[in-house]
Design a binder for this molecule. Sequence first.
Ligand SMILES: C[S@@+](CC[C@H](N)C(=O)[O-])C[C@H]1O[C@@H](n2cnc3c(N)ncnc32)[C@H](O)[C@@H]1O
Length: 293
Amino acid sequence: MDSNYSIYNGDCLAWFKEYKENNIDLTFLDPPFNQNKEYRYFNDNLSENEYWQFMLTALKEIYRLSKPGASIYFMQREKNTQFVLESLKNAGWTFHNLIIWKKKTSAVPCKNKFSKSYQIIAYATKGTKPTTFNKLRISPPLPAHYKYERKNGLYLTDVWDDIRELTSGYFASEEAIRNKDNSRFHKQQTPIALLLRILLSSSKRGDLILDPFAGTGTTLVTAFQLDRKSIGIEIDPKNIACITSRLNHISKGDRINKYLDDYKYTQNLHCLLKETTPVKTEPHQPLFQKTLV
Ligand SMILES: C[S@@+](CC[C@H](N)C(=O)[O-])C[C@H]1O[C@@H](n2cnc3c(N)ncnc32)[C@H](O)[C@@H]1O
């Protein structure tokens, strides 16, 4: 790979067959969810069996192309949890966490069951131990009844409730890519903040990140800013043009810098970032200092 990223237009299953290396350190897998939506370049209405066969083949191929100790983050709808865990296992991956990405937006109302407010992200590795796992610390607001200030933040858990989905409305912010008529360019555009968290947790500078369903290229845009190499495969040429333009000019909405303060209590944060990224970190303080109110 000559440059920091490579973008391929086509079917990822065909790409997997052609790729001869086994040098992938981390994969973000965010496939179409088979929701019977109208797409020009792929069928979003496969039978359940066909869809999960497709996912299993992808997971097996990624496993083959990954280094020992590599990680995968597989994003899916919560109703598919059982299939996600089964396919990861059948493809050889070792499962570690089921991350709940609780959207900050309102829940999707359902008729005969609880309203839906989260998506799942299964984290697994090739082999029992990850080569890289950086324990990030974050500093969420204190619950109202807490007596003690957290001096060093806390370790990130498997519930991620602080990252806003890029919805169509007001909260989509300047990050959401828009058409001329202001409609969203890609309804499944993943927030930069989510990829930043995944890449900071499971990769280091110079690692090779794979996104087989690249969409608008959020993974590549994040990897580029963190000094990681990346490969993106995307079937729709319209999206390929979007990825190229996002990478040619990192827009204000795409910049990772505004999220770095969230991780200021992470030890050696600067080692996880591009050498030139200015970071503010907080020195570690003794735990449990009484809050003055
Ligand atoms: C859920 S979206 C990914 C969104 C992405 N995470 C982002 O931030 O924009 C899934 C993408 O997979 C693409 N796709 C569908 N089938 C594909 C295939 N067989 N190979 C490669 N890309 C495919 C779709 O065009 C769509 O853009």
